[in-house]
Design a protein around this ligand. Structure first.
Ligand SMILES: [Zn+2]
Length: 254
C-alpha cells in the first residue's frame, strides 16, 4: 500500500516534470533528477529493514524485560566457539543459518539446536545479488534452505531474515508466498565491516536497552571476543538475555 502511494506520487511528479520540460519551463535534466531521486528512495527503503516499508518485520520487543541475541551466516566452525561461550553464561540465542552452510556443516547445525538455541532461515545461498532476484528465485532460495534444515534436523522453521536486511517488493511477495515471519534487528553491530572487537562492543552497548534484538555474525572470528564482553556487560547491567523467540513472543517452528 505504502509502495503504491509512493509510485503514484512519483508518477505525478514525473509526468509534471516531462510536461514542464516539453513546455520549456525547465530543462530535460529535471526528468533525470526525478528518476534518480526515485531510484535512490527505493534503494534506501529496501535496504533499511527497520523502516517496515515493503514488509512488516519484527525488530524488537519494546516494553519487555531482557534483550535478544541473534547470529547470522552460520553454521561455521567458529559457531562452536560461540556456542561454548553462550553455554558458559547460560544464554540461548537465535541463529539465522544459510542453507549451503547447513549442508556443509550439518553436525554444527544440529549442535546449535541440541544446545537449546533456536534456528531461522537465511536463504540457501545468501546471494550478493539477493536484492535483484526475481520473486520466483527468492521463493526457491527460502524453500531450499527450509528443505535442507528439515533434512538435517527434522524441523520446519517459521522465522526468516533476508540477507543484508534487503526487503523490496519481490522479497515481500516471496515471504508472503512462503508464509515466514520476518525478523529484523534493533541493534546492528556492523561486525562484518569492523575488525576491532572493542569498537563493535562499544557500538552495540552505546544505546542498548531492554527489548532490543542484537545482530551479530557467528562466522566472524572477532564475534567470540565481542560476545564474551557483551555477556559480562549484560550481567553488570542486570539485563537478561532471553531466547529471541520467547522475547518476541513468536513461534519458531511449525
Ligand atoms: Zn547474512
Amino acid at each position: 500500500m505504502k509502495y503504491k502511494i509512493l509510485r503514484i506520487i512519483f508518477s505525478f511528479i514525473l509526468l509534471g516534470s516531462v510536461l514542464g520540460a516539453l513546455n520549456g519551463y525547465w530543462s530535460g535534466w529535471f526528468i533525470l533528477l526525478v528518476a534518480v531521486i526515485y531510484v535512490s528512495t527505493i534503494l534506501i527503503l529496501s535496504t533499511n529493514i527497520r523502516l517496515n516499508f515493503f514488509q512488516n518485520s519484527i525488530h524488537s520487543a519494546m516494553g519487555r524485560e531482557g534483550i535478544g541475541l541473534s547470529f547470522d551466516d552460520g553454521p561455521h566452525p567458529n559457531t562452536l566457539k560461540i556456542l561454548d561461550i553462550l553455554d558458559e553464561f547460560e544464554v540461548k540465542a537465535l541463529f539465522f543459518c544459510i542453507g549451503k552452510n547447513i549442508a556443509e556443516h550439518p553436525e554444527i547445525y544440529r549442535e546449535i539446536i541440541k544446545r537449546g538455541h533456536v534456528v531461522g532461515n537465511h536463504t540457501f545461498s545468501h546471494s550478493r545479488k539477493f536484492g535483484f532476484l526475481s520473486t520466483r528465485a527468492i521463493i526457491s532460495e527460502i524453500q531450499q534452505c527450509d528443505h535442507i534444515a528439515t533434512e538435517v534436523a527434522g524441523l520446519k522453521t517459521n522465522l526468516f531474515r533476508p540477507p543484508f536486511g534487503v526487503i523490496n517488493p519481490k522479497v515481500s511477495r516471496a515471504i508472503t508466498a512462503t508464509g515466514h515471519i520476518t525478523v529484523g534487528w534493533s541493534v546492528r553491530s556492523y561486525d562484518a565491516i569492523t575488525s576491532s572487537p572493542d569498537k563493535i562492543f562499544q557500538r552495540i552497548t552505546k544505546d542498548l536497552k531492554a527489548g532490543d534484538l542484537i545482530l551479530l555474525h557467528d562466522n566472524i572470528p572477532q564475534s567470540a571476543k565481542v560476545l564474551e564482553q557483551l555477556l559480562v556487560f549484560l550481567k553488570q547491567k542486570n539485563l537478561t538475555a532471553i531466547r529471541p523467540d520467547h522475547l518476541l513472543d513468536i513461534d519458531a517452528y511449525s
